[in-house]
Design a protein around this ligand. Structure first.
Ligand code: ADP
Ligand code: ASP
Ligand code: MG
Length: 421
């Protein structure tokens, strides 16, 4: 039996960590070990390996624009497979486990298919099962909408399932087991000398996730910050202590720049020949918001020629491109724009660091480093602790490496706060 006062641990295992029978057995052993320490254990699992990509491919083979409700019925199956298999492995280790779909676990979302947001977690069934001493396995990345349909939470969404459960159950920590040792100063697959970051603030991790460090889904970090849930990103294939993402600790030494992040999952849309009149941009972005498109970087060129027409470019997640183009094609006739041009893949490289607030020299250094590599910057956006540049996708690895070296982010060298050197 689990006493009501037993500490609860939420553990999430990503796709690579449950890719085959051997890995599922290893995850099962880790889950059982936590239970044997006297903890109530809830484990959230992702779909195995490339299962979700495979399901997306199957849908696109059948339909050029898969019907969203059915897409979610399809996508949600991957994580259920992992949970059922892992529950079997745990039974064989002599413990009681029960697998639940997102809906059975009480994850209630809005009705925005394929990118639903969690509205509420009704965790009473999980609490009851924990009280009976059972290990509870929850299929990540999914929920049930207020309209009683199965929904999914967007790619990487199992992280958000785990954090939401940790918040609802008052877990001490949400452990995210993945295929790297923690959160690094750059994607270790591009920069082998990247440094593992032992502690990060929610703010730094938010900007890292928003600019492409896919080790944690952005929404999971937002959720963790809003509910004060510490996240521990840990290796599935080893015993390292990983990275702790938590509330800002004033005593933490703030490096000027913490990490270089990148993404090649964005697309760019350009609307050309827009009549130059007040309100046009408002109409364009309202249409995109109504179509549930997340716009990232925006650049508007004022009319220079006598015809008085402007041009507007912005980036969106590639998954939103179809919706964005559809919305703008419908709108461009109304506002008198001439054309909508889509660029399927653009790259983005960003530097993130809480210490760079009010250090204009950092931006200058980023542009100089990219210029020296012959990399053309197409758009720029900044926040107090982030500078992002949109660049050609094929130049992303070179840009990440050059910035990582220029800011001295490798193993031994972390710049102290106090200004760029
Ligand atoms: P999971 O299947 O466990 O959810 P993901 O593939 O979603 O794993 O996220 C882990 C991957 O994130 C790593 O394999 C790594 O290539 C990538 N990644 C990108 N940026 C970073 C970073 N700054 N630190 C760690 N991993 C990163
Ligand atoms: N299986 C889903 C994906 O591949 C969700 C996740 O792994 O977090 O995006
Ligand atoms: Mg992931």
């Amino acid at each position: 039996m689990t006493a009501a006062t037993d500490p609860i641990t939420v553990m999430k295992f990503g796709g690579t960590s449950v890719a085959d029978a051997k890995h599922i057995a290893a995850a099962a052993r880790r889950i059982v070990a936590a239970r044997e320490e006297g903890r109530g254990v809830v484990a959230v699992l992702s779909a195995r390996g490339a299962t979700t990509d495979e399901l997306v491919r199957m849908a696109e083979e059948i339909s050029p624009d898969p019907y969203p409700r059915e897409m979610d019925m399809l996508l949600s199956t991957g994580e259920r497979i992992s949970c059922a298999l892992c529950a079997m492995a745990i039974h064989d280790l002599g413990h009681e486990a029960i697998s639940l779909s997102g809906s059975q676990a009480g994850i209630v979302t809005d009705a925005s298919h394929t990118k639903a947001r969690i509205m509420e977690v009704r965790a009473d069934r999980i609490r009851e099962l924990l009280g009976e001493g059972k290990i509870v396995l929850v299929a990540g990345f999914q929920g049930v909408s207020t309209a009683k349909d199965v929904t999914t939470l967007g790619r990487g969404g199992s992280d958000t399932t785990a954090v939401a459960l940790a918040a609802a159950l008052d877990a001490e920590v949400c452990q995210i087991y993945t295929d790297v040792d923690g959160v690094f100063s750059a994607d270790p697959r591009i920069v082998p000398e990247a440094r593992k970051l032992p502690v990060l603030s929610f703010e730094e991790m938010l900007d890292m996730a928003a600019s492409g460090a896919r080790v944690l889904q952005l929404r999971s970090v937002e959720y963790a910050r809003n509910y004060g849930v510490p996240i521990n990103v840990r290796p599935s294939f080893g015993d390292g202590s990983g990275t702790l993402v938590t509330g800002e600790d004033q005593t933490m030494e703030r490096p000027l720049v913490t990490a270089v992040t990148h993404s090649t999952d964005d697309a760019r849309v350009t609307l050309v020949g827009i009549p130059d009149r007040p309100g046009a941009a408002g109409e364009i972005f309202s249409a995109l918001a109504d179509a549930d498109v997340n716009v990232d970087m925006i650049i508007q060129n004022e009319p220079v020629s006598a015809n008085g027409k402007a041009e507007l470019s912005f980036t969106v997640p590639r998954d939103d491109l179809r919706r964005a183009s559809k919305a703008l094609e419908a709108l461009s006739a109304d506002i008198g724009a001439e054309d909508v041009i889509a660029d399927e893949q653009v790259g983005k490289v960003s530097i993130v660091g809480a210490g760079m607030r009010s250090h204009p020299g950092v931006a200058a250094k980023v542009f100089t480093v990219l210029g020296a590599q012959g990399i053309n910057i197409e758009m720029i956006s900044t926040s107090p602790i982030k500078i992002s540049c949109s660049i050609p996708a094929d130049q992303v690895p070179a840009a990440v490496k050059a910035l990582h070296t220029a800011f001295g982010l490798g193993a031994e060298a972390v710049e102290p706060e106090g200004g760029p050197r």
